[in-house]
Design a protein around this ligand. Sequence first.
Ligand SMILES: N[C@@H](CCC(=O)N[C@@H](CS)C(=O)NCC(=O)O)C(=O)O
Length: 205
Amino acid sequence: MSYHLFNRPGSGGFVVEAALTLAEADFELTELDSKAGTPLPESFRETNPWGQLPTLILPDGSTMTESSAMLIHLAACFPEKNLGPAPGTSEHAAFLRWIVFASVNLYESVVRRGYPFRFTDDEDGYKAIRTAAIRRMGEALLVIEDNIKGPFLLGDTMSLADIYIAMFFIWHRGEIEAPRLFALTQAIRSHPIVGPIWRRHFGER
Ligand SMILES: N[C@@H](CCC(=O)N[C@@H](CS)C(=O)NCC(=O)O)C(=O)O
């Protein structure tokens, strides 16, 4: 059996699709027809009870949710593809740190910006939640900027953490001064394998 990835174009499953492709894993892709900022059809909860994308069905038929967990898992499943540093090393500790940091701070800000109605019952508060989420996302990106070893997050070698971070960088809507993030994102965009997947999801962004 192969992997089965559920996503929608332009959504966070981009990075999981990139990881599966870099791993040369056999996978099926189902792209849901739903707009960003709108909840997925209720019926999708049969696949993921939290109703979110990406959702990944593993070859053994079990379900995985949470993009960060999928990246960590796929890097471990395909060690020969160098998707991340070897477990137990300090580079791996940094890999885990930044993937989880991105998940709980950047992705969470994206959710607050896109779905403010989940964070307040007061419609008048939506705008303030969005503005604060964009600011918080910028703050988190600047923390990453200061920790990029260069040219990639962990140094000379690209890992799945770089692809994840580049995705959040182009999703950010505020203005920040982040030349290292910009250069890292350019490298992801022009990567021979990841670049075409990027353009299918994000066009020329
Ligand atoms: N923590 C989740 C966040 C996933 C997420 O927010 N996905 C969005 C698409 S980018 C989604 O499914 N939105 C629909 C919804 O929340 O109803 C992850 O890292 O996978």
